[in-house]
Ligand binder design. Structure first.
Ligand code: ME8
Length: 517
């Protein structure tokens, strides 16, 4: 058998300077849905996530709390591990940047950049934003209401002057622009690509890549009074995670270059400019794609501690259910754009799309099979045009869903699946299987068979976004675990008449407001 096609996907690694918030959950869930989708397609997937433990932001938070920075990381990294578990993410590894393997990998990348002549020692004098962990040019800054200088992200900047190693980013302008031209899909969505290209066209300055005023970071090889700039270390996680610097290792050969880095729009520059330049310098292949998703807001407001609207993803899962949250986030927010979440929005999706549309379709057809067909998948009789049409729609869905996922339009992939579910509901209501119970039980059996078969296919397709509920639906249809991947869509996996089904259960309960609210 031919080797499986591989697929390597990553999230950003989050700063564990605090507990995870809904933005982190959103990125994890979106990345997980794509990873699961690729596995269901039959690919050999590696999905990496983790935490970015170095940097001044971590140091300053620890100082404010009066604790050691390592303690801050020890306290919060486990919360990120827990978050991905609670969200039912299928990550194959969880990397933290304090690990030994990462130090080794990052130092080797540095050595190669230095050997290529792209690193030199000089003095840095310029603006730095701790919140963004980013250097800014004077021309990029604006003035805040109190006269203080602000970064383009609106965060405070401070003047930094110290001895520093520099990376010759200025030498990479033409190579980067050529790379973007030759690989038009490298940066997505298009708005982000345009933003990056115009930034690079505007000219690149060499990048300060080390600091001497603290030691929380990866030491520069042969000059340990310098630690590396946190982004050099952070970006390198993507290759550490698959075995760098052991380029002959099976995992590195198999998975690098990554298929896609899924990140938020605020860190596109680091991923689409600095990261490819580092890799070009070190002679390592570049990732195939970088996709910058939008930001999630609480009813239009940016989440912040001072506003008191930071939402704990664990609490959301507890309140609404894990698949419900996964579905809501991925259906409601067009992937690549900003979006909002609110209690009302979540409840609306749970009750309309899940309970009414998919839940009812499954519940109505399966309870009729239980009641009228002895709980056994009925033998279909001759198919009418309506039967054939709805089956054909289900059978032909995969390429349409795949096209949306290939374009990172997760919301549209769900739209396509839910359009089938809506059509199946119309079919079921229009064919009125209950009306044939006495007069033509065979016709009733055919309608129930066709409906259950559509539920089977919808459940298989929905598994990437709702793994638990998809599995429950497939359990109710007694579909063997090994027959739940996309190769069983269509005729290949048709429900077998005569299969005994377990007693039907509601998979998607309606959300009922707690009393007193
Ligand atoms: O940027 N909505 O870490 P981070 C959606 N350590 N996404 C959001 C968001 C929101 N409200 N807030 C943050 C870092 N994110 C670096 C990354 S990668 C080599 C290093 C996203 O904890 C953000 O865009 O600030 C990023 O992709 C991820 O969450 C982690 O953010």
């Amino acid at each position: 058998m031919a080797d499986k096609q591989t697929y390597y996907i990553t999230t950003a690694i989050s700063y564990p300077n605090d507990a995870p918030h809904i933005g982190h959950a959103y990125e994890a869930v979106a990345t997980d849905a794509i990873a699961r989708f690729r596995r269901l397609q039959g690919k050999d997937v590696f999905f990496l996530t983790g935490t970015d433990e170095h940097g001044i932001k971590m140091l300053q938070t620890a100082r404010k709390q009066g604790i050691e920075v390592s303690e801050l990381a020890d306290r919060n990294t486990p919360k990120f591990r827990e978050m991905v578990e609670v969200l039912n993410c299928s990550n194959d590894d969880f990397i933290t940047t304090r690990e030994k393997r990462h130090k080794r990998s990052t130092q080797e990348l540095w050595r190669r950049m230095a050997a290529a002549g792209d690193i030199y020692l000089d003095k840095y004098a310029g603006w730095y934003s701790v919140r963004d962990e980013a250097y800014y040019d004077e021309s990029e800054l604006s003035e805040g209401p109190d006269g203080a200088k602000l970064s383009p992200q609106g965060t405070p900047v401070e003047w930094v002057e110290e001895e520093s190693y520099f990376f010759r980013l200025s030498q990479f302008q033409d190579r980067l622009l050529a790379y973007y031209n030759e690989n038009p899909n490298f940066i997505g969505p298009e708005t982000r690509a345009n933003e990056v290209k115009s930034f690079v066209r505007g000219g690149l300055r060499d990048l300060s890549v080390s600091r001497t005023t603290f030691d929380w970071g990866v030491p520069v090889p042969d000059d340990p009074k310098h630690v590396m700039y946190v982004w050099v270390d952070a970006l390198t996680n993507y290759i550490t995670g698959v075995g760098f610097p052991d380029e002959d290792s099976e995992s590195f050969k198999k998975y690098w270059p990554a298929d896609v880095h899924i990140i938020g729009k605020d860190i596109i520059r680091f991923h689409a400019v600095y990261w490819p330049a580092f890799l070009m310098s070190a002679g390592v292949a570049l990732p195939k794609q970088v996709f910058g998703h939008g930001f999630l807001y609480n009813r239009g407001e940016k989440m912040s501690k001072s506003v008191g609207n930071v939402i704990d993803p664990n609490a959301l899962v507890g309140e609404y259910g894990v698949d419900q949250i996964r579905y809501f986030l991925l259906r409601e927010v067009p992937f690549g754009q900003d979006g909002n979440y609110s209690h009302d929005g979540i409840v609306q999706r749970i009750n309309a799309d899940l309970a009414n549309d998919l839940g009812n379709l499954a519940q109505r057809s399966l309870s009729m099979i239980a009641k009228n067909c002895g709980g056994i998948v009925p033998e279909p009789g001759a198919l009418t045009d309506n039967d054939k049409a709805i089956l054909a729609e289900a059978d032909g869905l995969l390429p349409r869903v795949e096209a949306e996922i290939d374009a990172f339009a997760i919301h549209k992939a769900l739209e396509v699946i839910w359009a089938l579910i809506a059509d199946a509901n119309r079919y079921f209501a229009g064919e009125e299987p209950w009306a044939h119970k006495k007069t033509d039980p065979e016709r009733m059996g055919t309608i129930l068979y066709v409906t259950a078969e559509v539920v089977r296919q919808a459940a298989i397709l929905a598994q990437a976004v709702m793994p638990e509920s998809g599995a429950k639906l497939l359990d109710l249809l007694n579909v063997p675990v090994e027959a739940r991947a996309f190769d069983r869509l269509g005729e290949a996996g048709r429900l077998k008449p005569g299969t005994e089904l377990p007693p039907p259960q509601a998979v998607f309960p309606r959300y009922v407001e707690p009393e007193g609210d």
